[in-house]
Design a protein around this ligand. Structure first.
Ligand SMILES: [Fe+2]
Length: 164
């Protein structure tokens, strides 16, 4: 015996079904929600043909729902932004599918290029804008589904009216 630990598997582990977790149909952990977003991002056939761009208002489409969560597809033409907001009781995963988005929070500004992901907890406050010259597409997973998006006064533009 040359093992460095005391764990030994006797016999065939695959013959011990009570130790094996069946694959879950729906995500339930942060890692699984991130994984769901990554798998959708990698499969353009699931979303690319659905994307529309609307210069008058931000376009969004509910791509999928599951027990306790929703997946939204959003597009952003240059200059469009969310305004400063939180997500009520929802936590979420933001994934950039195409283009580059800029996220502003009380801690600063960060550019999110295609493939970037942000995980946020309930109460997280941010503003997302397309400051680039090309349209952008993003995927948003909310758990639980987004029921409110309270707007906050933006410190970046004191004169901007708060939209509720
Ligand atoms: Fe948000």
């Amino acid at each position: 015996m040359n093992s460095d630990n005391d764990l030994q598997i006797a016999g065939d582990i695959l013959e011990v079904p009570h130790l094996l977790q069946p694959p879950r149909e729906h995500p339930a952990t942060v890692a699984e929600f991130v994984g769901l977003a990554r798998s959708i991002a990698a499969d353009r056939d699931q979303w690319a043909h659905l994307v529309r761009y609307d210069a008058t208002t931000r376009w969004y489409h509910r791509l999928r729902t599951g027990p306790g969560y929703e997946v939204w597809l959003l597009s952003w033409v240059p200059g469009q932004g969310s305004g400063l907001h939180d997500h009520g009781p929802s936590s979420g995963v933001l994934t950039v599918l195409e283009g580059t988005l800029t996220e502003r929070t009380g801690r600063g500004t960060r550019a999110l290029a295609a493939g970037a992901q942000r995980v946020f907890a309930p109460g997280y406050v941010h503003e997302v804008v397309n400051d680039a010259l090309e349209p952008a597409v993003s995927l948003h997973v909310y758990h639980p589904g987004l029921t409110q998006m309270p707007m906050h006064a933006s410190p970046h533009c004191e004169a901007r009216p708060v939209v509720v």
